[in-house]
Design a binder for this molecule. Structure first.
Ligand code: PAF
Length: 300
């Protein structure tokens, strides 16, 4: 078989035809032209390594807003010193390629210096909802998230911003910040996108070996178990959490950090599941830290 002939016959992949900018000045001029034209601006903030979860946010923005901006920025201030900032996957060309079918209007991919200039010293601290769950295990994480999201909102000035439910606590923190600081941005939370076997899509899934990929399913299995127990009438958080932790105990290579049942609005622990409740888990699978959650609705 003549491979070179085969290659010539393949059509070249489509290239990204939207605009890519790296500075605030270019961003403002592109977005203000859209705003002058009266277009509603949708915004999808990301750290790149785009997967179908991100693309579903972009699709929703495209369906709801005539002008969509996607930011790609691996934000150093939301990573702890022992976390994976340096090894976080970065491939702008691959990300742009994934955005081709979605006809995004503008991609904003600033370098770190554009976001954090010399002498940078102002951070956003959201109280209460940042101290539990992820906040308890990743000190400073939400300070970095809130700060960069506020900066991105200032720079892009969107009407609507789209976030995934997989980072549920992040959406609670951002809603709080938007409310407290009168930001006037509508926050839309889109459902978690899962692999057919239930694994929540995450940019960090690329770190998993094939064995770890199988072990990682315990996160979703534990959430499904919680859902089943609640739908069978179990209300006691201690019983539901005990059952969830039991599944993790049977996976020696998975280290559970927390399994929690919390109020979906203020993230306070609930002792009894008598109203809609968020089940949330975080665990290390090998060296990869994964999170997942699902809403539980009691029958009555
Ligand atoms: O969810 C993420 O990818 C990040 O936390 C965000 C919102 C882009 C801020 O860096």
């Amino acid at each position: 078989m003549n491979l070179s002939l085969g290659l010539q016959q393949c059509s070249a992949p489509a290239t990204f035809t939207g605009k890519v900018v790296t500075t605030r000045v270019e961003l403002r001029s592109a977005v203000s032209a859209a705003r002058r034209a009266g277009q509603r601006i949708g915004f999808v903030p990301t750290m790149g390594a785009l997967h179908a979860g991100h693309l579903s946010l972009v699709e929703t923005s495209r369906a709801e807003c005539p002008y969509t901006v996607v930011s790609i920025f691996v934000n150093p201030t939301q990573f702890g010193p022992q976390e994976d900032f340096l090894r976080y996957p970065r491939d702008l060309q691959a990300d742009l390629q994934k955005l081709v079918p979605l006809s995004v209007d503008l991609v904003y991919a600033p370098p770190v210096e554009e976001m954090y200039g010399p002498g940078f010293g102002t951070f956003v601290d959201v109280a209460a909802v940042t101290s539990v769950l992820e906040g308890a295990f990743r000190p400073g994480h939400f300070r970095g998230v809130a700060t960069v999201v506020l900066k991105l909102f200032q720079q892009v000035a969107p009407d609507v911003a789209y976030f995934g439910q997989k980072d549920y606590q992040q959406t609670v923190v951002i809603r709080r910040m938007v409310e407290d600081l009168d930001l006037g941005v509508k926050i839309v939370v889109c459902p978690t996108v899962r692999e057919p076997d239930g694994l929540a899509l995450s940019s960090r899934n690329v770190y998993l070996s094939p064995e770890e990929r199988q072990q990682a399913l315990v996160l979703w299995r534990s959430l499904q178990l919680a859902h089943r127990l609640v739908s069978e009438g179990e209300q006691r958080a201690s019983v539901i959490l005990g059952a969830m932790r039991g599944l993790f105990a049977a996976e020696p290579d998975v280290r559970l950090q927390y399994a929690a049942l919390v109020d979906p609005d203020n993230l306070a622990d609930v002792p009894l599941v008598t109203a809609p409740t968020l089940a949330a888990v975080a665990a290390f699978v090998g060296t990869t830290r994964l999170i997942d959650n699902r809403l539980l609705a009691p029958n009555s």
